[in-house]
Design a protein around this ligand. Structure first.
Ligand code: THG
Length: 626
């Protein structure tokens, strides 16, 4: 081969092939013999009619396609399982790749090498709707990817994706296959193409913005759109990717929206019309790979070849995607204008009596209602903690996350000390979650395991400033908070490749309400620690469990103390907090005298406190107005 697919992508516009299905159905194949009775299972034709498949590949290669896709769209094991062909998954995919390989090689020249993309379709089961499990889907795509690579595919193309969780699962399977073979995604590129319906979102409701954020951390070479619509309907989504996606962009539309003419489905766009639309994407949006989906033919591909062959991808100016997490549906920026990122604290088995009772009675609908109430109260993200002795925490996490992702439109912060519980949540969340949390309390191994989870699921990560020192595990001084934060940021970014804007440092709020002298100093240490971390790492996020500071105090005093404390922390550089959103007061609503007392408590001003401005005073005076 003259050069690799990756090199070719960098150098010139590549033309994909057109529809496979349309071409197959245009030939009169017999259900009994050609399909072995498996009607519509086009994937079996690589075994029964390799001549037909090779013929279609040839037609596209003659038309000028640089890349052809294997006839394996329905070749994931679970999809083949619908025809009881799951055991043939590896063989069928290997054959599909071999047929395409030999066709491509026969047409390859030094100037124009031809590439084989292993096609992996979505199947008929939606993982976000719980129609298939993560483990089964993973295994299914693992087998398919193994077969495609064994047969000689140059790249794997996960296409017609309708569900972000499905993409994450399949990508993990593909990466596992590459790892096992000692290959990297640099050698066998992973390509992802999503399908945006006419409604403007993916089938399960995700926007292109959510998709881009959820997939950003994966080692994929390209992202793009295929199927569902013609090029016109894709324009605004391609525009977004053109502005923000910093890798290759692919566009593979249908030949327009199908029309039903005299009982037949007709795709209206002719080759010239397709070329005209794609040309705009190439010129304006920097698209690097074009091709055709439903309703396109070798004539469409020939027109693309004649118009685009030899052109270099246009370099367009990109503006960086703002660091964000996402619900299944849309992104939420980690940095909020004029506010911090508010993480609702109430879905926590040890932080809310109400939630604990709802969990015990397994009242899932009421739990969803509690989550939605927090959205109405202004939360940008929802913390979810089901750690509770005597229950199956991973099972609870699953039950709740699978409801939240569909019924609550803000990102989730999965809060647990247990890897298995976090993983259970991630396996049900198509959006980009925040993992809460990693620390060094049990050494680097567990810290690394949490970082790995963040990598595998494209998640952000909270890191608490706790280390292995058994004497003083939780950092209580600004110095230690800063030192542990620095160590954690360096390890998470350089060893694991997480981006610094996806890390949320938690310098740990301890109660100042215990009556113990040492604890009284912890609030001021937290503010100072926050300031130092924010100065040294301006891109990192800084969060905390704010309400911890006032455990045990009366409600009205807590509200004042928490609100004043939050204001001081925000001034020091805090960017986020886990709070009860409706209980945070703006300073304008706090009596100046209460404000003053709270500040004395926070900064541990003893003399004044002894003079009667201590906790009892705050409780007494706020209590009086409560
Ligand atoms: N850092 C990080 N994550 C965290 C914490 C943290 N997660 C959990 C916790 N701490 C933050 N969440 C809460 C939730 C509730 C309360 C405090 C912190 C709380 N609840 C009241 C109480 O217990 O008195 C309300 C009780 C009720 O409604 O029944 O104070 O520090 N990374």
């Amino acid at each position: 081969m003259a050069h690799s697919l990756r090199q070719a992508l960098a150098q010139r516009i590549l033309i994909l092939d057109g529809a496979m299905g349309t071409q197959i159905y245009a030939r009169d194949l017999s259900v009994e013999q050609d399909y072995c009775g498996c009607e519509n299972c086009t994937d079996i034709l690589v075994k029964t009619r390799p001549d037909v498949i090779a013929d279609i590949h040839n037609a596209y290669l003659v038309a000028g396609a640089d890349c052809i896709e294997t006839d394996s769209f329905g070749g994931a094991a679970h999809t083949l399982g619908e025809f009881d062909l799951q055991d043939e998954c590896f063989e069928l995919n290997k054959m599909a790749a071999e047929i395409a390989r030999s066709a491509a090689d026969a047409h390859s020249t030094a100037d124009k090498p031809r590439f084989v993309l292993g096609s992996m379709g979505p199947g008929t089961k939606l993982i976000t709707l719980d129609q298939i499990s993560w483990d089964r889907l993973f295994e299914s795509y693992r087998k398919q990817a193994e077969g495609l690579i064994a047969g000689g595919a140059d790249a794997l193309l996960l296409e017609t994706c309708q569900d972000l969780l499905h993409i994450k699962c399949a990508l993990n399977a593909m990466i596992a296959v590459l790892d096992a073979k000692g290959k990297s995604p640099d050698e066998i590129p992973l390509m992802v193409s999503v399908t945006i319906e006419q409604t403007g979102t993916m089938l399960v409701g995700s926007s292109i913005e959510a998709a881009a954020h959820a997939l950003r951390q994966y080692p994929i070479t390209s992202l793009g759109l295929n199927c569902a619509t013609g090029p016109a309907e894709m324009a605004e989504h391609i525009r977004y990717l053109g502005k923000h996606w910093d890798r290759t962009l692919t566009v593979v539309p249908n030949a327009g929206l199908p029309e039903l003419i005299e009982g037949e489905t007709v795709y209206p766009l002719n080759p010239d019309e397709m070329v005209e639309a794609l040309d705009r994407f190439i010129q304006q949006d920097g698209v690097g790979v074009v091709g055709g989906c439903c309703g396109t033919s070798p004539a469409h591909i020939k027109a693309m070849h004649d118009a685009f062959a030899g052109r270099t991808p246009k370099a367009v100016t990109k503006s960086a995607m703002k660091p964000s997490s996402t619900s299944l549906y849309q992104p939420v920026e980690h940095r909020q204008d004029n506010s911090i990122l508010i993480v609702g604290e109430r879905c926590n088995a040890s932080g809310s009596r109400k939630f604990k009772q709802l969990l015990e009675s397994e009242d899932w609908d009421a739990i969803v209602a509690l989550a939605r109430e927090q959205v109405r109260d202004g939360s940008h993200v929802l913390d979810l903690n089901v750690d509770y002795a005597g229950r199956d925490n991973a099972a609870d996490m699953r039950e709740i996350v699978k409801r939240f992702v569909r019924q609550v439109d803000i990102p989730l912060m999965l809060d647990s000390t247990q890897i298995a519980t976090i993983e259970a949540g991630l396996q049900h969340s198509g959006g980009k979650c925040i993992i809460n949390s990693a620390n060094f309390e049990d050494g680097e191994e567990k810290f690394d395991a949490m970082c790995e989870l963040a990598c595998n699921f494209g998640a952000a990560l909270v890191i608490g400033t706790i280390d292995e020192d058994p004497q003083a595990a939780m950092a209580r001084t600004a110095d230690r908070k800063f030192a542990i934060a620095k160590r954690a940021i360096e390890r998470a970014t350089s060893v694991h490749g997480l981006s610094v804007s996806d890390l949320f440092i938690d310098p740990l709020v301890l109660p100042i309400s215990t009556g113990m002298d040492d604890d009284r100093r912890s609030a001021a240490a937290l503010i100072e620690g926050t300031r130092r971390i924010a100065e040294a790492f301006p891109e990192v996020q800084i969060t905390c469990g704010l309400s911890n500071v006032s455990f045990g105090l009366k409600s009205a005093a807590r509200q004042v103390l928490n609100s004043v404390f939050l204001d001081e922390l925000t001034g020091a550089g805090l960017t986020s907090a886990i709070v009860h959103a409706s209980k945070i007061l703006p300073l304008s609503k706090i009596d100046p005298e209460h404000h003053r007392v709270a500040l004395h408590l926070i900064y541990d001003n003893r003399e004044e406190s002894l003079g009667g401005i201590g906790l009892p005073a705050l409780e007494a005076s706020t209590g009086a107005i409560a």
